[in-house]
Design a protein around this ligand. Structure first.
Ligand code: DGL
Length: 264
């Protein structure tokens, strides 16, 4: 069945991290209108309590629902692992989440050692514990909290020495433990991939779940007849930040999107 549903795909994250997910979704579904909510005022989520993360995720969802979204992509591992079950039980709209790609990493590791860099609240969530338990018992996960990274990324210090030093500090112990696969369990860290590659070298594979999230978004829209197959109109892509828009504008420069500051 051909559908022309022009309602928006909504996204939220604590800031600019989820833009990597937005890009993947847009590449796969170029006819769709999108709204992205960057809750920069409340970043980082990774150091908040579960209750606070749930409260913020509900607030973000309400904002997006008021904009006529047809699906919400929780473009944040911390919000997904702490709040998506509550969101799904509270609202009828479909939610797509992103979780650390431990399972695919488990399928490709040869050394049986997987490194994961994520926020404190993701690594300590029940959802992450459940996914980890399903791995083959021979596989060891070397967990590392990326403390300080999100603040620096949100502050626009992606190529700073501070970030480089933190990455060395976080990744060297994983290398010593012989990982061959590194899972990036926070959407913000995708901005650090060039620097991470310099530290870990070519032989360690970096796994991120953004393509899987985009495919899942397409599948769900298709199965519920919610896709917009009409390609005759220019799509609308709106970005909102509740802090300032400097960092959003820098990341999105040259893209035909609208960027607004809004107090939510
Ligand atoms: N980008 C987020 C994630 O994927 C949130 C990071 C944070 O705000 O601490 O976990």
């Amino acid at each position: 069945m051909k559908t022309h549903n022009k309602n928006y795909i909504g996204f939220f994250d604590s800031g600019i991290g989820g833009i990597s997910i937005w890009k993947r979704v847009k590449d796969l579904l170029p006819n769709e209108n999108t709204i992205y909510l960057a809750d920069c005022k409340n970043a980082p989520y990774g150091q908040k309590s579960k209750e606070e993360i749930i409260e913020l995720s509900i607030k973000n969802t309400e904002f997006l629902l008021n904009q006529n979204v047809k699906i919400i992509v929780v473009a944040c591992n911390t919000a997904t692992t702490n709040a998506i079950q509550i969101l799904r039980s509270k609202y009828t709209i479909p939610f797509i989440g992103i979780e650390p790609a431990i399972k695919p990493a488990g399928l490709i590791t040869k050394t049986q050692r997987i490194g994961i860099l994520a926020t404190d609240k993701t690594l300590n969530s029940d959802l992450f514990a459940k996914t980890s338990e399903k791995l083959d018992s021979d596989i060891k996960i070397i967990e590392q909290v990326g403390k300080g990274l999100v603040n620096l990324i949100e502050g626009g210090h992606i190529e700073s020495n501070e970030i480089k030093n933190l990455l060395h500090q976080y990744l060297q112990p994983m290398l010593q433990k012989n990982i061959d696969t590194l899972v990036l369990g926070c959407t913000h860290y995708s901005y650090l991939i060039p620097e991470i590659k310099k530290i870990i070298g070519k032989h360690i594979k970096i796994i991120d779940s953004s393509l899987a999230v985009a495919k899942q978004t397409k599948n769900i829209l298709h199965s519920r007849n919610l896709l917009n197959i009409n390609n005759e109109f220019k799509t609308i892509d709106q970005f909102y930040s509740n802090k300032n828009t400097t960092i959003l504008s820098r990341i999105l420069k040259n893209l035909p999107v609208t960027i607004c500051e809004k107090n939510f």
